[in-house]
Design a protein. Sequence first.
Length: 324
Amino acid sequence: MKSEVKGILLIILSACSFGSIGIISRVAIARGGGETSIMLIRFFSVSLFFAVYMRLRGISWRVGRKNFLGLMVLGLFFYGNVALMYFLAMKYISPSLGALILYSYPALVMVGSIFFLGESFSGAKLSALLISFAGCAVVLWGPLGSIDFRGVLFAALTAIFYSAYIIGSRKILSNVSSLVVSAYMAVWCFVFFLIYGAFSGYEGFSLSSVNITTGLALAVWCTVIGFLAFLGGLKIVGAQNASIISTFEPLYTILLAWLLLGDQISRRQIFGGLLILSGVILLNLMGSRKKAQARRLAAAAPGAAAGIGVTETLPAEQEAEAGV
């Protein structure tokens, strides 16, 4: 198998892994699964995996004080809420609709980056933003009462917390690998759900077969396999190509929800979903051109011949997606 094809297949595999979260959560909810039990099992299992994996590979958990505090804030205040809000959304709306709403996050990241990170604004970015938000409007437009807006609210909060997490990663983290970030996110998410459970009195907490099976499925298939497949594919196809290929994720969720759950999605929602994905792809293409321009400038700059230039790093969006 050619290396590039292998890389593409690995990114698609990771997209399928991440895209299964809503489906598995929906099935668990229908069978009486509870978010506290499932998420504690999930993040304990993922934390254990990272502890063993990093030990075997000789990778240190050690980070500077600033990065440690940043990781704690990102895990406890943002990523924990990403996991919680998306699970709660699945109680009220279909995985298909939830996936489409969640995929508005690249547009939110763009807006946040302009306001909080001082990134430049352009007509092309405005076009991508309008396309994505128009897609969201088309997806949600319909007769009043046809959609449970509690689920829409939770899905929208998922996208907002996810975007805040990505922007925060750019703002407060420095020189921390995606693997170490993901390991800390797993640990802090476990702590988050311990606190969440304590405030709710661990109501409904149980180690039932549904909770254990769901927690392990989310941990192994949706997190560990997705993480390893993504990083493996990333090394082959590069960050921008991986970002574009990953837009397969909501399409996979929609197809699997239709096959397994009988979810119906209208032509209008399909059209809206295509608009959202078009905006995401446009944003990624702009990022690719910007990086190529930076490389050309670096190559022409004094010292480039001595090996001083721009190196390709993992974008914050993809570093986040490679995590839990």
